[in-house]
Write a protein that binds this ligand. Structure first.
Ligand code: NG1
Ligand code: MG
Length: 551
């Protein structure tokens, strides 16, 4: 199982480059980063941690409903060079504090937009109650989720390492560290620079604290465990993400997309893509800053789907695992499984899941407003949701609103549910289409397969735009232009409300496709050279995160 493998640690750079499965010239970047580290920190790095961005081919906004998605790692990545700092090394002005403090961090970025940061974790009394908690301590690093700061992602990665390997009660101390970052994943564009940053940071702190090496711990960290850590870590930046990005960044293999499922636990199966299928990412140049918009966009969708799942369960007579003091935050995937009689240990097969999804799509009417005459198709109010959920106001607030900040007058349960179940179905169809095509089929059949995949991507875009409302006018425009330029399918990728599109383009016309989109998409006017190459590019599925160890 891909998720059970351990994180690759290389000591030979040529071997590492070969395994990345990309045609980009990585050697120059890696060498430059190592040289710059020496310039800035006066010694060689001990490790370089690498984590790629990802493009989601299909399966949008369904990971947190625990349905499978179908992403691939892109060739662009984040690299973090790092080395422990010995207690005798002083800061630029000869001061020792905070440079010497246990676990203190100095972090620089090759890009001048991201200024140098110095911070150290502190310990504070746990916020929990009860007699056990009285003397307990926990780690603290200042992260303000409302402010987009580059070092927040680095701190988020560090948190998990501190909590897992250095619980304050253990008496163990993390080493002081110097880090140097460089990245080629465009930020705020739906290619998950954030997950790449958190994964790379988690790996760098693990490596530098000697927690990755086989000899130093009895059991090597698996890719699946790193995904879970990175997921928890990224939540600290304020977004309740579902794990798709972190899994793609960690587990991907060259040449294949990853079918990632989250139920009953994380699993990933690499699925080769049909010959001649090229995926082109095009940035709409609308920057969607999730840290700022979460309460009206991303986190609101999380709440709309969770509340919808409880009401659907109620409507269908599906059992909920509530206790007197805690109500279950059931997901759509769990409701579907329980309704279909799924049992622990013998989960639904892909065929059974397909049938269950088709059936469920006919069962969603109960999520529409019951007071349609009052506000028609505009959705349901909080009061209506409380009523439909059969919870008291206090229970509802505690379960669905106390841990996440959202802002809306009307909540769209029906539309979101329809998107979730139909998108989950499209993922299964997309994957099955990839699996069905064998090497031997003729050219014509091959093209039909690509067309089928393209259609599914187009349907996904319509659903994202109309039902999930996570597209935006520029993305709608860009996907239309892409289809006109020869794409067989084109859709928003990632959270949306801006960011990138992904288009399926037959290999033979990739160059002309890119040229046409460059000419016709308004916001690209005036961009030239490297800048233009940054905003639209073909990408191959590349390999997941790894670490290089200097010897
Ligand atoms: P972005 O904003 O593109 O990184 C987000 C979530 C995913 C998934 C997609 C939508 C994070 C870190 N990632 O991706 O888990 O829900 O949106 O499919 O929040
Ligand atoms: Mg992100």
């Amino acid at each position: 199982m891909a998720a059970e493998q351990s994180i690759p640690i290389y000591t030979n750079l040529n071997e590492l480059y070969q395994n990345l499965g990309t045609t980009l010239n990585h050697a120059e970047r890696w060498n430059y980063l190592a040289e710059e580290f020496v310039q800035r920190f006066g010694r060689k790095p001990a490790y370089i941690a690498r984590a790629p961005g990802r493009v989601n081919l299909i399966g949008e906004h369904i990971d947190y409903a625990l349905f499978g998605a179908f992403p691939a790692a892109v060739e662009r990545d984040i690299l973090i060079a790092c080395a422990p700092r010995s207690a005798t090394i002083r800061g630029p002005s000869q001061e020792l504090e905070p440079y010497q403090t246990s676990g203190s961090v100095i972090i620089e970025n090759l890009h001048s937009r991201y200024p140098r940061q110095v911070f150290a974790p502190s310990r504070r009394a746990t916020t929990g109650s009860g007699s056990d908690a009285v003397h307990a301590e926990e780690w603290h690093l200042e992260i303000n989720p409302k402010e987009l700061r580059w070092e927040s992602y680095v701190k988020a990665g560090y948190y998990g390492v501190l909590e897992r390997y250095f619980p304050p009660s253990s008496g163990q101390h993390p080493v002081p560290v110097d880090l140097l970052v460089t990245g080629t994943v465009p930020a705020g564009s739906g290619l998950s620079s954030s997950a790449a940053m958190v994964v790379a940071s988690t790996l760098a702190f693990l490596a530098v604290n000697d927690k990755l090496d086989v000899n130093s711990i009895s059991k090597k960290l698996t890719k699946g465990e790193l995904v879970m850590m990175a997921m928890e870590n990224e939540k600290r930046v304020g977004v309740n993400s579902g794990g798709l990005d972190q899994a793609a960044s960690v587990i991907s293999n060259p040449g294949a997309a990853l079918y990632i499922t989250f139920f009953p636990s994380l699993a990933a199966s690499p699925t080769p893509l049909p010959k001649g299928a090229v995926f082109v990412c095009a940035n709409s140049l609308v920057v969607s800053d999730k840290a700022v918009t979460a309460k009206t966009n991303y986190n609101l969708r999380v709440v709309e789907t969770l509340v919808g799942a409880r009401i659907l369960a109620r409507n269908l007579g599906v059992q909920l695992h509530d206790t007197d003091i805690k109500k279950e935050k059931v997901t759509y995937r769990e409701v579907l499984g329980r309704f279909a009689g799924e049992e622990v240990g013998s989960e639904l097969t892909a065929d059974e899941l397909t049938k269950a999804l088709e059936g469920m799509l006919k069962n969603l009417d109960g999520l529409k407003s019951t007071k349609a005459s009052e506000h028609g198709a505009t959705g349901v109010t909080i009061d209506e949701m409380i009523e439909l959920s059969l919870l008291t106001e206090a229970e509802f607030t505690e379960t669905y609103l106390s841990w996440i900040e959202v802002e809306a007058t009307y909540f769209q349960l029906y539309k979101r549910a329809k998107h979730v179940f139909s998108e989950a179905l499209r993922v299964l169809q997309f994957r099955q289409t990839c699996l069905d095509v064998s090497e031997e089929v003729g050219e014509e059949k091959h093209f039909e397969v690509l067309q089928k995949l393209g259609e599914l991507m187009n349907e996904s875009q319509t659903s994202c735009a109309e039902l999930y409302q996570c597209s935006c006018p520029e993305i709608d425009d860009l996907t239309k232009l892409a289809r006109r330029a020869g794409a067989l399918g084109s859709r928003v990728t990632g959270a949306g409300w801006g960011g990138c599109t992904v288009s399926l383009v037959p290999e033979a016309i990739v160059d002309s496709f890119i040229a046409k989109v460059k000419e016709t998409y308004g916001p690209y006017k005036g961009l030239e050279g490297d800048r233009l190459g940054e905003v639209i590019f073909a990408t191959k599925p590349s390999s997941g995160a790894c670490v290089y160890k200097f010897e």
